[in-house]
Design a protein around this ligand. Structure first.
Ligand code: NAP
Length: 315
């Protein structure tokens, strides 16, 4: 079968190739999936450029963590899944998963039924970003229908556009930041208030919130948004000095999360999608043979929604 392979660390156009490799088989507790679509994430390009592990995240020469596709075989001990099922997954993260290939073996603990309301491209694009959004809201204590005021720093990116929608689905009042060109889209995804992150006065005018979800690097929430007990959850991380500044302003807890694979949470995400309460905006679609261009698009940092790679044996 064909699969994406990195020859070494380095620029996308120089080190990415599509090669023939041995096909996997479904082991115990796994299903074998014919891959239709694979989402790309900033972590893919960071790992490729660096050529080594990032903390718990495994470097791999055979990339890919997101996936949507069709079950073609089930391994020993698997119940509840059968040939022909449409599934999606964040596979094995932060261990290596090798989803950028024609076939992949997936642990059943990581998979869920793909939303019927979404295209395969949307299902493949979503898992890492959607689970990050879900787990960030959980970490911030944003529960169902508790009417929380939630500030999303970065409401237009892969994770941010799903945080906005999932926070709305949990009954929150959502304030989101984005540049002027993207505000209409973020409003359509459900944001109640939009703030241009270039506008210091507008940022300073944000009133205290219950939770802040931070999806952009090196960006502190405006002081006025923090009160005693505001939960701040970052997916990009803060320095010790930045954390201390937030705590001095009353923020509690201040947490950084790393997304984890989780099939049952993906099943809840799938149900929201089928209920018409969650969509995935596709920034752009690429073929497997154009993986380098797809990664270069992610590398710009200006993606709106998600970049996805379509895996089609006819290409
Ligand atoms: N901890 C985890 O488990 C985890 C999981 C997923 C992602 N991440 C990390 O989280 C970050 C976001 O991931 P992603 O997939 O959402 O990235 P992404 O899709 O590449 O985000 C790009 C978006 O961010 C917007 N943006 C950039 N700076 C901004 C600012 N100061 N204020 C508001 N919006 C801004 C961009 O808008 P413009 O085009 O207008 O600049 C663009 O729409 C990355 O660093 C990624 O590595 C961490």
């Amino acid at each position: 079968m064909r699969a994406a392979v990195y020859s070494s660390a380095g620029p996308a156009a120089e080190v990415i190739a599509v090669q023939e490799v041995d096909a996997p088989v479904a082991g115990a507790g796994e299903v074998l999936v014919r891959v239709a679509a694979v989402g790309l994430n900033p972590v893919d390009v960071k790992i490729r450029a660096a050529g080594h592990d990032f903390g718990a995240i495994r470097y791999t020469e055979r990339p890919g963590w997101d996936v949507a596709g069709t079950v073609v075989a089930v391994g020993p001990g698997v119940a509840g899944w059968s040939e022909g099922d449409a599934v999606f997954a964040l596979a094995r993260f932060p261990e290596a998963a090798h989803t950028l290939a024609e076939l992949v073996a997936l642990p059943v603990s990581d998979i869920a039924a793909a939303p019927r309301a979404w295209s395969a491209a949307q299902a493949g694009a979503a898992p890492l970003a959607a689970l990050t959004a879900w787990q960030a809201l959980d970490a911030a204590g944003v529960g169902a229908d508790d009417g929380a005021r939630v500030l999303v720093l970065g409401g237009a990116g892969g994770v941010g556009h799903l945080v906005v929608q999932l926070a709305k689905a949990r009954g929150a009042h959502v304030i989101a930041t984005a540049g002027p060109a993207k505000q209409e889209l973020v409003t359509a995804w459900g944001a109640d208030e939009m703030v241009d992150h270039h506008d210091d006065d507008a940022l300073a005018a944000i009133e205290p919130v219950d939770a802040v979800i931070v999806t952009v690097s090196d960006t502190l929430p405006p002081r006025g948004a923090i009160r005693e007990g505001t939960a701040v959850v970052t997916i990009t991380g803060y320095s010790a000095a930045q954390e201390a500044e937030l705590r001095a302003g009353g923020a509690d807890p201040v947490r950084r999360i790393l997304v984890a694979a989780n099939g049952p949470q993906l099943a809840e995400i799938s149900a929201l999608a089928d209920a018409g309460r969650l969509t995935v905006h596709l920034d752009s679609e690429y073929r497997l043979s154009d993986l380098a261009a797809a990664q270069e698009r992610v590398e710009t940092g200006h993606v709106t929604g998600k970049v996805v790679v379509l895996v089609d044996p006819r290409d």
